[in-house]
Design a protein around this ligand. Structure first.
Ligand SMILES: [Mn+2]
Length: 461
C-alpha cells in the first residue's frame, strides 16, 4: 500500500509573509500527520517570477523525510531555473507504484506497477501506458476515466471547498481518493456566535428602488444598507431610510459620486443629502483622475483639497475610500489612479493628515480587487487583505464572471468557494480580525436578494 499526498495551485507569492506561506506549512504538516509515503506537487505552487517562493517550497518539502515528485505549472515556467531546481524530483518508484512528472520521458515498457503521471494540465484522455493522471490547474475537484484533478490550495481561487490536500491510497490496482481540508477556511468550524456576528456585518447595496428595497431590508432585518446617491434625491427615500433606521436600528451608508478635476463638486450636494437622511457612513471612490493628472504633488494636493471640501461637510461620519479596477484599454501605465492597495492607502493617509479628527479608511471592493487586469497578478485578494489590515471600514462584494467578452463585475454571490472569487481567504482573515466589524455590502447588478439569502442560510446554520 502506498499513500500519495497531492499539493497543487498554491500560487505562493514572493512577497512574504502571507496567508499562503501558512497554507504551505500546514499542507506539509498535513502530509506528515497523515503519514504520506510520497508528496506530489501538480504545478502552480509558486507564482510566476516568484523565485523566493519556489525556494521556500523546495525548502519546506526537503524539511520533511518524505520524497517528492514535482511538475511545473504555467506559472513556474516563468521562474528562472525552476526546471533545474526540481531536476531530482522527476520520479518515484516503489515496489508497487511508479510516479513520473510530465518532464520525465515515460519508460516504453510497462513494469507491471501502478503507473501514475503527474502533470499540471488535465489530459483529455489517459494514455494507454498509464493507469492514472494527477493534475491541477482548474482549481476544482474532478474524477473520471483515470484523470484525477485536485482543487488545490489557493485560498483565493479554490472552487467547491476549502483548500485541501488530496490523498490517493494505492493498493494493487485499486486507488482510493480522499481530501483533507486545511483548518481555518470554513465557517462550518465557527461557533454559532461567530457566524451570527458575520451575518450582523452583511449589508446590502440599494441601487434601484430605494423604497421597495429599504422596506425589504426592514422585513429581513438587514443590519446595514448602502444607498446610491442618485436615489437620495427622492423625498420618499428619506422617509424609507428613516423607517429603516427606526425599525431595525441598522446603519445607513451613502455611495457618493466620483470626484474629478472635471467635476470637482459632484459629491458636495450628495453628502449633504446623505447627512439629511441620517447616513453614518459614506463611500467615495479614489479620485477619478489619471496617473498623469496626479503625478505632480501640487496636483495631488489640489485633488486632496477637493476631497476635504466634501469630508468636512460630515465630520461625524465614517468615510470609506474605495479602490477601483483596471478597465478595458487601460494599460498598467496609462490608466487612472487607485488600482493598487498602495494608491488607495496613499489617498487615505493624505486625507487623515489633513483631517485628523475624521474617521477615514478603506472601502475594499473585493470584486474590483479580483477583476483588476495585470494588477491581480501582483495583488491577490489575500495580499489586499494583508495590505489594508487595520484600515478597512467597509467592503463591497460581488462575484466576477468571465466569458468570451471578458470579465463581468457585479454578478450574484452564490457561495463561499466559487469562480472567480473564492472567499476562503476572507473567512480566514475574518477570524484574524482583519475586517474589525466593517460592514460588507453586497453590490450586485439586478439586486441583492439571492446573494443575501445565500449568506443568511449559510450563517444561520
Ligand atoms: Mn463597489
Amino acid at each position: 500500500m502506498l499513500k500519495i499526498a497531492v499539493l497543487a495551485d498554491l500560487h505562493l507569492p514572493d512577497e512574504l509573509p502571507s496567508m499562503h506561506v501558512k497554507v504551505l506549512q500546514e499542507a506539509v504538516e498535513c502530509c506528515v500527520r497523515e503519514k504520506a509515503d510520497v508528496i506530489v506537487c501538480a504545478g502552480d505552487m509558486a507564482k510566476a517570477d516568484a523565485f523566493n517562493a519556489a525556494k521556500l517550497l523546495l525548502d519546506s518539502l526537503s524539511s520533511v523525510p518524505i520524497p517528492a515528485v514535482i511538475t511545473q505549472g504555467n506559472t513556474e515556467q516563468g521562474i528562472p531555473g525552476f526546471d533545474r531546481m526540481i531536476a531530482d524530483c522527476g520520479k518515484f518508484i516503489s515496489p508497487e507504484v511508479e510516479i513520473f512528472n510530465a518532464e520525465t520521458p515515460l519508460p516504453g515498457n510497462r513494469s507491471g506497477k501502478f503507473r501514475i503521471l503527474v502533470g499540471h494540465w488535465p489530459l483529455k484522455e489517459l494514455p494507454a501506458n498509464v493507469d492514472m493522471q494527477i493534475a491541477g490547474h482548474s482549481h476544482i475537484d474532478r474524477s473520471g476515466n483515470g484523470i484525477e484533478v485536485v482543487r488545490g490550495l489557493d485560498p483565493d481561487k479554490v472552487i467547491g471547498g476549502a483548500p485541501a490536500v488530496t490523498f490517493f491510497t494505492v493498493s494493487g490496482n485499486n486507488c482510493q481518493r480522499s481530501e483533507k481540508v486545511l483548518p481555518g477556511f470554513s465557517v462550518g468550524e465557527w461557533s454559532r456566535l461567530e457566524r451570527a456576528e458575520l451575518l450582523g456585518q452583511i449589508g446590502v447595496s440599494v441601487k434601484y428602488d430605494a423604497e421597495q428595497e429599504l422596506d425589504r431590508a426592514i422585513e429581513l432585518n438587514i443590519p446595514a444598507v448602502e444607498i446610491i446617491h442618485t436615489l437620495t434625491r427622492n423625498g420618499s427615500t428619506a422617509l424609507a431610510a428613516g423607517r429603516y433606521q427606526q425599525q431595525t436600528g441598522g446603519a445607513v451608508s451613502v455611495h457618493l459620486p466620483d470626484i474629478s478635476f472635471a467635476n470637482p463638486d459632484a459629491a458636495v450636494e450628495a453628502v449633504k443629502r446623505g447627512v439629511d437622511i441620517g447616513a453614518e457612513q459614506f463611500t467615495l471612490h479614489v479620485p477619478k483622475a489619471t496617473l498623469s493628472e496626479l503625478a505632480d504633488p501640487a496636483d495631488f494636493e489640489r485633488m486632496t483639497d477637493l476631497f476635504c471640501k466634501v469630508l468636512e461637510l460630515a465630520p461625524q461620519a465614517v468615510f470609506g475610500i474605495e479602490n477601483m479596477h483596471l478597465v478595458k484599454n487601460e494599460t498598467e501605465f496609462e490608466r487612472r489612479f487607485g488600482y493598487t492597495p498602495l494608491e488607495q492607502l496613499k489617498m487615505i493617509r493624505e486625507l487623515r493628515a489633513r483631517l485628523p479628527q475624521h474617521r477615514i479608511g478603506a472601502l475594499l471592493d473585493i470584486g474590483h480587487a479580483r477583476n483588476n487586469g495585470v494588477f491581480y497578478r501582483k495583488y491577490s485578494l489575500a495580499q489586499w487583505y494583508d495590505a489594508l489590515r487595520g484600515n478597512i471600514v467597509g467592503m463591497h462584494l460581488h462575484q466576477v464572471t468571465s466569458d468570451a467578452e471578458g470579465y463581468h463585475n457585479h454578478t450574484p454571490v452564490t457561495g463561499w468557494y466559487h469562480r472567480l472569487i473564492s472567499l476562503a481567504s476572507f473567512i480566514n482573515e475574518w477570524r484574524n480580525g482583519c475586517f474589525a466589524g466593517a460592514k460588507l455590502f453586497i453590490e450586485c447588478r439586478g439586486g441583492w436578494e439571492s446573494s443575501y439569502a445565500m449568506f443568511k442560510q449559510e450563517l444561520s446554520k
